[in-house]
Design a protein around this ligand. Sequence first.
Ligand code: B1M
Length: 213
Amino acid sequence: MEEEIFKMLTDAVLSGNVKLAIKASNKVIEENIDAYEAIMKGCAEAMRIAGEKFEKHEIYVPELLISARAMNSAIDILKPHMKTEMQTNSGKIVLGVVEGDIHDIGKNLVKLMLETSGFEVIDLGKDVPVDTFIEKAKEVDADLIGLSALMTTSMQTMEQIVKKAKESNIRAKILIGGAPVSKDFAEKIQADGYAADAVEAVKVAKELIRGER
Ligand code: B1M
């Protein structure tokens, strides 16, 4: 049953069918299925398949945007049903997609997971200028700065942000992620942490704040 509903959600997002995405999401709730699992196995899986199709030139930018819209309509329904850890004050994180990059689907999933794990997230959005991360972290006295990049070109900007953050002596540690980013890259640019997905982002964020990394 669960797998069928996840598949329904995947099909709905892939075909950009908002009505079906809403129907599938409501079924997730009715059947008491874990909302986060539905987002990852239904929606994120659809975006992964869409990505492959895009790379093979089987679909184009408009189809990707239509899929992203269907995914957002599903997340709107599922988000309030995500299990929270019933803890607040996990920490304060300034989060955004780096300059030159407008891919925010993954960043939004990371935000969702952090918020449901008790973090206060200051979301700067996408295509965020280098200095904005530093200024905002200073202004709100953030524990962490979270950087997301989806392109090999934009990920280079992360290095500038790490460098500027160290120079400006802010106390915020830097966590990075996104499809082209790796643990090796994080070490190379001296970021404090790297996470491969939204679940790991929460784990690493907590470890960074506790000083375990
Ligand atoms: Co574009 N795009 N895109 N795109 N797009 C990619 C990234 C690309 C790899 C496709 C390809 O050509 N093979 C390619 C980049 C190539 C490169 O690296 N140089 C590309 C390109 C080239 C472009 C344009 C330039 C296309 C054009 O206009 N000619 C343009 C870019 C404009 C710009 O940014 N300046 C463009 C535009 C778009 C759309 C607007 C149509 C759309 C984005 C919609 C949106 O985000 N609102 C889009 C999409 C959807 C994709 C693909 C197909 C899917 C990305 C996605 O949403 N994945 C992508 C191809 C692919 O990935 N196979 C592609 C699903 C998402 C859940 O995963 O974002 O990886 P992801 O997030 C994960 C993890 O990475 C991690 O956790 C998330 C959840 O588990 N994570 C973090 C992410 N951030 C993290 C931060 C953390 C920790 C973990 O800590 C802070």
